[in-house]
Design a protein around this ligand. Structure first.
Ligand SMILES: [Zn+2]
Length: 212
């Protein structure tokens, strides 16, 4: 895909994310790989009103090359790209249900949502919890770096999810699956949940060649 097509795709997906209330105000950021580096949504920009010509362009080490200054959440995206050679795009949102789960006490750190549905297992797999750091803290990038090699998505405590995908479309769809699963998880609080068992997960891993 040419860089101008990638720019248009970021604007289109950004508007779709914003219009459906998946992130509010100027929160959330989206990036996608292009020749020589990646494009990212600028700091203080609403995902609902992006300008394709003003997206931030960064080199492979996350240094700004052109466009408006990038989001301060560059370290999250950089960590994902550096650890995941196959990542073509990264999406980070403050989506309500996932952010709500990120504030719960006592979540299992290795995967904070249970395997409620096959699609969650297929699109997300595991969702490790990253301990709280303030937005923009470089330590947040380091914490993600330790997990991103084995996981395409992570949940930042008291903050929200970061999801990577082979393409922008794949990353956005995986993010939507995560958000829907977080919603189910919260709807099911206090009920007797029957998540997928180990045998069911193994069948998905073998059938769809998942890396879990
Ligand atoms: Zn954030």
């Amino acid at each position: 895909m040419t860089e101008s097509r990638v720019r248009e795709a970021i604007v289109d997906f950004g508007r779709s994310i914003f219009d459906r209330g998946l992130t509010a105000g100027s929160s959330g950021n989206v990036s996608a790989r292009v020749e020589g580096g990646w494009l990212m949504t600028p700091t203080n920009a609403s995902l609902g009103r992006l300008d394709p010509g003003r997206l931030s362009k960064l080199d492979e080490n996350g240094r700004p090359v052109s466009g408006d200054p990038p989001s301060k959440e560059v370290p999250l995206h950089l960590a994902m790209y550096q650890e995941r050679a196959g990542a073509g795009a990264v999406v980070h949102l403050h989506s309500t249900y996932s952010a709500a789960v990120s504030c719960m006490r006592g979540l299992p750190a290795d995967s904070c949502l249970p395997p409620l549905t096959a699609y969650f297992v297929m699109k997300i797999g595991r969702l490790p919890l990253v301990p709280y750091h303030r937005p923009g803290d470089p330590k947040l990038g380091d914490a993600i770096r330790g997990l991103a090699g084995r996981n395409s998505a992570v949940l930042l405590a008291n903050h929200g999810p970061v999801v990577s995908g082979t393409s922008l479309e794949a990353a956005v769809y995986a993010m939507e699956e995560l958000e829907e699963t977080a919603k189910l998880f919260l709807l099911l609080q206090g009920r007797d949940i029957a998540p997928l068992n180990a045998e069911m997960i193994q069948e998905l891993v073998e059938t769809f060649r998942l890396e879990l």
